[in-house]
Design a protein around this ligand. Structure first.
Ligand SMILES: Cc1ncc(COP(=O)(O)O)c(C=O)c1O
Length: 387
């Protein structure tokens, strides 16, 4: 792997040397990381190392598993600009969002603001809280470029009695939570978390974030986020079965863990209730090494650069791009008729993308080449008419 770094010149560079680690890229144009990222070959080897330890040492290897889990927690915390105590491991984003929503003590009169077209996991996490007197306020999104402004307007318009006084950790008459996806699963619109976080703090609200479609594609700073969940199988290329829930101290002061077990029986403030997916810990740690050998700034710059290439290409071909060119991560949505049929026609040509909403979702990651985007856009332009 050592030679990879020098062979990749950001942002225009050639990531071809790295592509040998991803066999699926040979003979297929894979532009569907927003569905699932490709695992590099070393990931599976790291997971297998855990099972070899169980085979050869059984539970005697437990101190090693705990140490590796603690080290990964600290590594992720430093990367996300939070403290290790803020990070718990969960199985997936959906579990993290639910655990947080159900653990918050929400006084009657509390309100949760979220975009009307939010991902079902964020909606679902709050749907059970409704009978407890919590009002879910859907925020209509008319124009993608104004998504963030619409959310901010809704926050600023929230009645003062639902703004939480966060100074002493005691809820007032109600709590206001702004719940967002950092990058929207369908349109790709990407929000400015520090800006939303500042607005929430100024208005006594909590900021809750589903980071699934952004983590690994764009820099993530959680210093002003109160609740954050993401898993690692998309832009982090790390397979299924592990995620993180990150909570701020001020959010935890308002929580009693909804799930209880041997991990937190004596401490309702502790959200980690049982064991974590240790083989996935091994895999994720190895894949963080992989990314760090390339360098995160280079990964993020290349995702932006590939996206810019896609935006220009779509414009040239007259393909209607839904994603705002200035507020994006790695997801690009092109509006079209019969998105399912179009996706199938592209798949038959060896191009993997997704159909989402009334459009085609294209999601290039670091390992893609601009020529693959060109081929996909050309095929889209050619087949959009049903050919
Ligand atoms: C925005 C968003 N949140 C959550 C999920 C689901 O994540 P998980 O399977 O980790 O719960 C997805 C996609 O699968 C997603 O696009």
């Amino acid at each position: 792997m050592g030679s990879l770094t020098s062979s990749v010149d950001a942002p225009l560079g050639d990531a071809r040397a790295l592509r040998s680690a991803f066999p699926h890229l040979h003979g297929r144009i894979y532009l569907d990381t927003a569905a699932a990222g490709l695992c590099w070959q070393g990931h599976g080897a790291a997971v297998a190392r855990f099972y070899d330890e169980v085979k050869s040492r059984g539970f005697d290897a437990r101190p090693q598993w705990l140490a590796q889990t603690q080290a990964l927690r600290a590594r992720l915390a430093a990367w996300l600009s939070v403290e290790p105590a803020d990070v718990v491991f969960v199985s997936n984003t959906t579990e993290g969002l639910n655990l947080a929503a159900h653990s918050l003590r929400l006084p009657p009169g509390s309100r949760v603001l979220m975009a009307a077209d939010e991902f079902p996991s964020l909606v679902g996490a709050w749907s059970r809280a409704r009978p407890a007197g919590v009002e879910l306020v859907p925020v209509p999104i008319g124009d993608e470029a104004a998504r963030e402004a619409a959310l901010l307007d809704a926050l600023l318009g929230a009645p003062p009695d639902t703004r939480h006084s966060s100074q002493d950790g005691q809820p007032g008459s109600g709590l206001c939570v702004l719940a967002v996806s950092q990058t929207h699963w369908s349109t790709g619109t990407t929000l400015d978390l520090p800006r939303l976080g500042r607005a929430c703090r100024e208005h006594g609200a909590l900021l809750m974030v589903d980071g699934m479609q952004a983590l690994g594609a764009v820099p993530t700073d959680l210093s002003l986020v109160d609740i954050y969940a993401a898993s690692f199988f998309k832009w982090m290329l790390s397979g299924f079965g592990i995620g993180v829930l990150v909570t701020s101290t001020r959010a935890r002061a308002l929580m009693d863990a909804a799930f209880r077990g041997y991990g937190n029986l004596d401490d309702p403030g502790q959200l980690q209730y049982a064991h974590v997916n240790i083989p996935a810990v091994y895999g994720l740690d190895a894949t963080l090494d992989f990314f760090e050998r390339i360098g995160w700034p280079l990964v993020h710059r290349r995702v932006q650069w590939l996206g810019g290439h896609l935006v220009d290409g779509a414009r040239r071909l007259g393909l209607p791009l839904v994603t705002p060119p200035t507020a994006r991560a790695g997801i690009f949505s092109l509006r079209c008729a019969d998105a399912d049929g179009l996706r199938e026609r592209l798949a038959a040509r060896g191009i993997s993308v997704s159909a989402r909403g009334d459009g085609i979702r294209i999601s290039p990651h670091y390992y893609n080449e601009p020529e693959e985007i060109d081929a996909c856009l050309a095929a889209l332009a050619e087949t959009a008419g049903g050919r």
